[in-house]
Design a protein around this ligand. Sequence first.
Ligand code: GLA
Length: 581
Amino acid sequence: MTFEIQKNQFIKDGKPIKLISGAVHYFRNMRGTWDDIFEKMVACGCNCVETYCAWNLHEKIKDEFRFDGNLNIREFLRTAAKHGLMAIVRPGPYICSEWEFGGLPWWLQNEEEMEIRCFNPKYIEYFDRYLDHLFAEIRPELCTNGGNVIMAQCENEYGSYGDDKKYLNYLRDGYRARGIDVPLFTSDGGECGMVLDGTIDGCLSTLNFGSKVEENFRFHDEIYPDVPKMCMEMWDGWFDAWGDEYHHTTSVEDYTKTVRDMLKRGSLNMYMFIGGTNFGFMNGANHYETFTPDVTSYDYDAILTECGDITPKYLALREIFAQYAEKPLPEIPKNREKKAYGRFELTESAGLLENLEKMSKAIHTEVPKCMEAYGFGFGYISYRTTLNRDYDDAVISFESIGDRAQIYINDTCAGTVYINASLECKFSAKKGDTLTVLCENMGRTNYGSKMMRKKGIAGRCLIDGKIHFGWDVTPLPMENLDAISFEKKITDAKAAFYHGKFSVDVVADTFLKLDGFSKGFVEINGFNIGRFWEIGPQKTLYVPSSLLKPGENDIMVFESDGRRGEPTVEFVDKPDLGKTK
Ligand code: GLA
């Protein structure tokens, strides 16, 4: 296949082509579902798939590169090719995408003199090394090497972040030097300042928006009159943050209008075709005035639902796209099976505080430092100290907290501090009592100028205005919970693990309801399916069938805020992502 840009057109194998593309992130969808997703794309009338690449999964641990399982981008691209789809890659290295730290690895924050997303020597050194590895996977799949990859993006909406052209030029040259010889592009919002700061020579400028095609292209048309017009992110819905009143949606009518208008103009990439899931602790957050971490589901009200079901938007778009197809579209594949396995009791439990020492070795420190300083980037962290005198109505205060913490005196919770609420907590205690600050990292900011804010106790922690010295810090990345001692009874501890078994006859997709719980995360057969929080809007967690096995399965719920009811869970056959407007 050949693919190139000639004046204002994309040319495939010598003929003009309109790209009808959809975003599918390999790292948000189980490998076993890729075939099904691509089949549905083809039946909808798409000719292309687009994906970001997640540096922070490929190099979760500094210097250790992984491209296996769900991270096998090469297999993802080949599977798309097998279905006849072209592919667009957006390697970043920054990707935004409501994804932890915008796709950057947290450990970059530990580098001295680090400044992300600019021509900073340290930043460059690390992303150069990452691109060496990533592009070794992608290069064989370029259309110039017989594969299906037709274009690659440099950075992401850089025009909304900064103005370092030297950095953007360096990045583009790095793509070229590593043999990425397909057309390169940038994508930005349509405002004049965004286009001016985000674009560079040698990269096609594309735009991102969800409506108002003509308005968005007004400035672009002035400065780039003679290029193919492409909406690289045509937003078909939106993401949800914890505490949002409702699950964000976009109507079929509004979206199909934007799609029709854009097709008159050129090409489009639907963001998202399927959103998928922020498994584990990989959700991102926004941080303007307040910090707003995103929910586990990245359903996005996309063209397919989080679990891959056909939606009314899909059906409406199929009618539009059919008019552009060379031959009749294949039949729409069936939705995958869903099962309601019912309600199960979690029969074992273990209080967190009493298990701290078993979970990881405590580090003694004079004053508490941020999570990153202890060499890990995700989960929770406990800071514990023994008080050396009585305190009556004292106040513990934090300069900054990343992001939310409970203050315990011995086993009793005295209160909660939260980056969005109070950074102070009152307590009374006796000499010899233990004070524990149990802090949750709720996901790193993926957009804007506050991305570098640290997790855990970041900054001074004072008791009655003075520095308290002598703490034991326990990292709780929650990656290996084998050391916890579970007991066959239900604990009264506020922060606790609950464990149980459930049986499955036929393996299918299902959704987990956690009515008896408040806030935490869940592991199914050792896989972290993500966070839950009773404030919603998301009420159920998606459990992909590939995590289950016929017969007995394992479930572990971590609860930080105290149960709301019995420690039971229920597997239902429909998701509940919250009310819609
Ligand atoms: C921008 C970014 C995407 C995503 C969307 C919102 O366009 O480029 O990564 O964050 O906003 O969903």
